[in-house]
Design a protein around this ligand. Structure first.
Ligand code: PBG
Length: 315
């Protein structure tokens, strides 16, 4: 069954399609900070004005969903620009929805790009105050939902974040907005390049008190179960390639829950860097990685390769 290309096609168990991919977009409020992210070759921070071009290219490649990250002009301890009426993500959602009705728009709900200290929650006595953060996440999710987001994606790993956001959305009558929860997010060093893109590196300490220990897999099942019980419509494992076993275990334990995997910035930049050096074939390695993530059990993949991979698949 491996003898000819046709036989191999017949035998193939996993096929990638552009509709599998979720394309991340970084939108900056301050236009002087737009431009390429040096640690993530090919990734560009854009402004509201250039969003239409981006959406056009996403649509032409057959990608059906985008994940928005906002970078506000001002950062404050209380993350006020995350949920103000004019917040950059809500404005981006409105703009995308006015351009195209064929895209699912997902928004990142986390405070780290909006706080001056870069942590994912409000700080009290040098520690993240989990419960005080929940209220702000609820407000942020409602702001995104009101502007038309299809799904909100809480990524801060606060306990109870899904229940708090579901409650806030329902109180605001945003019953149709779903939740894609970063249920299983590890305290990973693979996020390094992203923190340049989103200006979200913590100014002190690290995220080990809220993100998961990379050594744990059973804990992932507990985290997934809690988020499902709290009302998550879909859950996520992040990062992807170093956690394929976790993706598989979560899928096997919760087979009926849609599962996303996030191929994070470090995974992307390593392939890009090696490709640029001629040490490996970027296209082949990227597609092999994405195929592996899907084979492991992911139903959708957030990836900075989304546009390239969609183009490669079309070719
Ligand atoms: C914010 C957030 C992070 C990522 C997505 N949302 C960074 C972090 O937790 O430090 C990482 C994405 C990537 O590395 O591509 N909470």
């Amino acid at each position: 069954m491996r003898n000819t290309p046709a036989l191999r096609e017949l035998r193939r168990e996993t096929r990638l399609s552009p509709a599998d991919f979720i394309h991340p977009i970084f939108v900056v409020e301050d236009r002087s900070t737009a431009g390429p992210v040096s640690s993530m070759p090919g990734v560009v921070r854009i402004t509201l004005d250039t969003l239409d071009r981006e959406i056009e290219s996403v649509n032409s490649l057959g990608i059906r969903s985008v994940l928005l990250f906002g970078i506000p002009a001002t950062k404050r301890p209380d993350a006020a620009s995350a949920f103000s009426n004019e917040n950059v993500v809500s404005r981006s959602v409105e703009k995308i929805k006015s351009i195209s009705d064929r895209l699912a728009v997902i928004t990142d709900v986390c405070l780290c790009s909006y706080t001056d200290h870069g942590h994912c929650g409000v700080i009290r006595e040098e520690k993240v105050d989990n419960d005080a953060t929940l209220e702000l996440l609820g407000k942020m999710a409602v702001a995104h939902a009101r502007s038309g987001a299809d799904l909100v994606a809480p990524s801060g790993m606060m306990d109870g974040m899904v229940a708090a956001i579901r409650g806030a959305l329902d109180s605001a009558k945003c019953h149709d907005t779903g939740i894609l929860s970063y249920a299983v997010k590890y305290a990973s060093s693979f996020y390094g390049p992203f923190r340049d893109a989103a200006e979200s590196a913590p100014a002190f300490g690290d995220r080990h008190s809220y993100q998961m220990d990379p050594a744990n897999a059973l804990e992932a099942l507990a985290e997934a179960r809690l988020d499902i019980e709290e009302g998550a419509d879909a859950i996520m494992v992040k990062p992807a390639i170093a956690y394929l076993d976790v993706i598989r275990r979560v899928k096997d334990n919760f087979p009926d829950v849609p599962l996303a995997a996030y191929q994070v910035s470090g995974e992307y930049s390593m392939i890009k860097a090696a490709g640029a050096n001629g040490w490996l074939d970027e296209k082949k390695v990227a597609l092999e990685s994405l195929t592996s993530i899907k084979r492991a059990g992911a139903n959708m993949i957030i990836t900075y390769f989304a546009k390239d991979a969609a183009a490669w698949l079309q070719a």
